[in-house]
Structures are given as structure tokens and as C-alpha cells.
Design a protein around this ligand. Structure first.
Ligand code: Q46
Ligand code: ZN
Ligand code: ZN
Length: 313
């Protein structure tokens, strides 16, 4: 088998990206990855160098890679980690917290940690059991809690923007699921940037939305980033994983299929595929939660405060 060589320097390549028809050596891959991240930040007008970025970190490869590359590119990026109180055999939450703390300490970066059980009296699996939809799988309650806590932390910490490390595989799986169900309101809101609004939602950005998971994993590996390899034990058997497997099979036969599905979706949206009236109708009037000050569609406590305040039944 012939050796694959780097397009830039003709040395041995460490990665071949069929969808880009590009192979690169270690140094040129790291350079390309940083340049691409910068290109996406500018293309989608995510943030400026003068703005303060809060990066949601989970201890996994994507979020630590994101924090690392933003730091390398010279952005003012702090980390925010939520200990969800999810244990499992691998002590998932403890281990992932340790990874984030070690990462921040090695680079002298600032990491905020919130322990959900200490701050709100119960871990995610316990909070989830208080709701009907959370009894089977805690993910809906977990997702709602994370969104709530991240927005609140970014707002209260005076950050300009909240960055999450969703990659192309994540985005395409969500897009696929939303398309299967024609969830027009969710489709109209899926984007690399969600602008802040006066109701108290901070700007949210996804600088990795056009990187394949394989590319972020290669970056983490080549940069020597230590991360938690175990997935959350509750992710097993999720629809999201099933979509990813299906999409991987399609990508295998048609390299670049995921990227074109996503990019063409963004283009179609820009051309007005969604009737603005449909998305306007989905936007409810927002009020303020009397308990935590977060924006909510409820009259009274927001969905998160309701779960926290509920009795454990
Ligand atoms: S952490 Fe939470 Fe995920 Fe675990 S409980 Fe589900 S949503 S799977 S990203
Ligand atoms: Zn090279
Ligand atoms: Zn609230």
C-alpha cells in the first residue's frame, strides 16, 4: 500500500479526509484545523477578539479541543463545567470533572465548576425521576438543566457569548431527527449562531459545526489532550446514536454527504425555505422566572426551577 503524503509538505500524512480530498501531516493538520476554526468564527460572525467567551466543557474530546483551539487562537475563553452527578461504573461525572480541572490547570485557564447536587439539592437522575418524561431516560431533563445553567452562568458572569462543541456529526444527527419529524420550529432555530435577545438569552455559537467528529478527535489526539473516553452511561440506546450510525454508513459510501446535507440546509434556510410566520408563531412571549431571573414562557417559575422545586415522588 502506498504511503499517503501531506499535500503541503509531501511528508507522511497522519490524516486523510476523503470529503475534502485532503491529506495532511501532523503540523499541517493542526495548522489547518486552527485556520478552519477561525474561518467558521468569521463566516458566521460568532464573536470578536474583544469579546469574552464561555466554553461549555464536559471533559470529552470535542469540548476540550474547542477550548484548546480558542486558547491557541488567542481568544479570551473561560470554561464552564457542570457536574451532573452521573456515576455509573466509570464514575463518569467525577472523572470528567477531573479531566477539565487538569486541562485548565495545565494551561493556566479559568474554569467555573457547578455541582448540580450541591447547588440544587439533587443530581440529574434524581431530578429526572420527578418528571414523567424523565423516568425512562434522564436526557430531556439533563439537556434542559444544562441549557438553563449555561445560559445563567454566562449571563451572570458577564460573558458575551456561550460556545458549545457540537460537531458536524452532532448537528447532522439533530437535523436528521428534526427532518424525520418535520419539526419546523426546531429546524428554523438550528444554526451555527443563535443571537442573544433582550429577554435574557445569551448568544450561543457552535464553532465546530462543520468539523467531522473524526477531525476533532484527531485534533485532540495530535495535541495530546487528555479527555474522558467513556460516554455518559445514559447515552446508550439513544435515538441520536442510532441516527449517527445510519449517517456514518451513508457517509462511508458517499464521502462528504454529511457536510453537504448540513451546508445545503443552512443555504436553504437563508433562501427562506421556512416561512417566517411559522417560526414567529412558535415564538412565545417570554416572561421572567421569579425564582432565578431566567427567561421563560411560563407564568411563574421556569421549567428548571419547577423540576428543582418538585417533591421527589
Ligand atoms: S449527559 Fe445528560 Fe447526555 Fe448523559 S444524561 Fe443524557 S443528556 S447522555 S449529552
Ligand atoms: Zn505537511
Ligand atoms: Zn427559574
Amino acid at each position: 500500500m502506498s504511503t499517503i503524503i501531506c499535500r503541503k509538505c509531501k511528508q507522511k500524512a497522519v490524516i486523510r479526509m476523503r470529503q475534502h480530498r485532503l491529506a495532511l501531516c501532523r503540523d499541517h493538520y493542526l495548522e489547518w484545523f486552527g485556520e478552519q476554526t477561525q474561518r467558521f468564527i468569521e463566516k458566521y460572525q460568532m464573536f470578536q477578539r474583544s469579546e469574552r467567551v464561555l466554553v461549555a466543557v464536559s471533559g470529552g474530546k470535542d469540548s476540550l479541543a474547542l477550548w484548546d483551539v480558542l486558547w491557541q487562537l488567542g481568544y479570551q475563553a473561560d470554561g464552564f463545567y457542570i457536574n451532573l452527578g452521573i456515576d455509573g461504573e466509570d464514575h463518569y461525572s467525577l472523572e470528567s470533572q477531573r479531566m477539565c480541572e487538569q486541562f485548565a490547570a495545565e494551561r493556566n485557564l479559568s474554569l467555573h465548576v457547578v455541582h448540580i447536587e450541591e447547588s440544587y439539592g439533587a443530581a440529574i437522575p434524581v431530578l429526572a425521576r420527578r418528571t414523567r418524561r424523565g423516568r425512562g431516560r434522564p436526557c430531556a431533563v439533563c439537556g434542559l438543566s444544562k441549557r438553563h445553567m449555561l445560559n445563567r452562568a454566562a449571563r451572570e458572569g458577564g460573558y458575551d457569548v456561550l460556545a458549545t462543541a457540537h460537531n458536524l456529526d452532532d448537528e447532522v444527527a439533530v437535523l436528521f431527527g428534526n427532518t424525520l419529524n418535520w419539526q419546523v420550529d426546531l429546524l428554523s432555530r438550528q444554526a451555527p449562531v443563535l443571537e442573544a435577545n433582550e429577554d435574557g438569552f445569551i448568544r450561543k455559537v457552535k464553532p465546530f459545526c462543520r468539523f467531522y467528529e473524526r477531525e476533532t478527535a484527531a485534533y485532540a489526539l495530535l495535541r495530546g489532550i487528555e479527555y474522558i473516553e467513556e460516554e455518559c452511561p445514559h447515552s446508550v440506546g439513544s435515538k441520536q446514536l442510532a441516527y449517527k450510525e445510519l449517517l456514518n454508513r451513508l457517509e462511508e459510501d458517499h464521502p462528504g454527504m454529511k457536510l453537504s446535507f448540513y451546508v445545503n440546509f443552512l443555504n436553504a434556510k437563508q433562501e427562506g425555505i421556512f416561512n417566517p410566520r411559522a417560526s414567529e408563531a412558535a415564538a412565545f412571549e417570554l416572561k421572567t422566572c421569579p425564582n432565578c431571573g431566567s427567561p421563560t414562557t411560563n407564568n411563574g417559575p421556569c421549567a428548571f426551577c419547577k423540576i428543582v422545586q418538585a417533591e421527589n415522588r
